[in-house]
Write a protein of this length. Sequence first.
Length: 277
Amino acid sequence: MAKHVVVSLSGGMDSSTLLLRALKEYDTVTGISFDYGQKHKVELERAQQLVDYLNDNCKESDCYGGCKINYRQIKLDGLADLLDSALVDGGEDVPEGHYENDNMKETVVPNRNKIFASIVQAVALSVANRTEENCDIALGIHAGDHAVYPDCRQEFRDADDKAFREGNWEHERVGYFTPYLLTDKLGILKDGLTLCERLFIGFDEVYSRTNTSYKPFPSGNSDYKSASSVERIEAFITLGRKDPVQYEDESGPVDYEVARSHVEGVLTDHVAIKSLD
């Protein structure tokens, strides 16, 4: 297994859990986030908060290589003006509902994962070349990634990896770490619970420093009606844990039970609609 890893850290629940897993598995951890003009820029603030918390609170004896994360946020200035997506500044309103609804295609950001992958691959290869040791790329892709996002499919991953290897010397030093490939959002959250116990850090402390909402409020609080929030809350409901992030709607901050009740209604309606298909 490689000693070094580069984690693609969005600030969401999946990649934040992946960061915990990387701390248990690797000697050195580099985290990279991207500012591409997303409306939910609060995820970058949460990513920084999480890195700071982990660097301050993880003990070296609890981590494989010591818990000091080398973290960078990369600004892709001007990109949002050129992209057509509801998720970037200037785009249409982010739709609400379940991920399987047709309107969720509006949340696709053209070629986003290819743009990110090229940079992460370059960093991982650079780490490998500098250290003369293998370096992995850690990705939070999972079995629940939705068909609405073509660049989350394995066919895309395979083609992208082939292009990387065709275009670079010493590419054999770079591998992939995808521990959640065969699990879903709930499985990731369960792993997060286990990792928090093993790292002796607070579950709520970690996940309050994440953002999954595509429609956060100016306060930084999460909405509970967009598809990404619905999916997150569903995982917490199934796990039997209260989600520690603060939710909000047009009336202001709301108790978690309000968000939970709304999501339970969405899920009930979704099951009823599916039964009619």
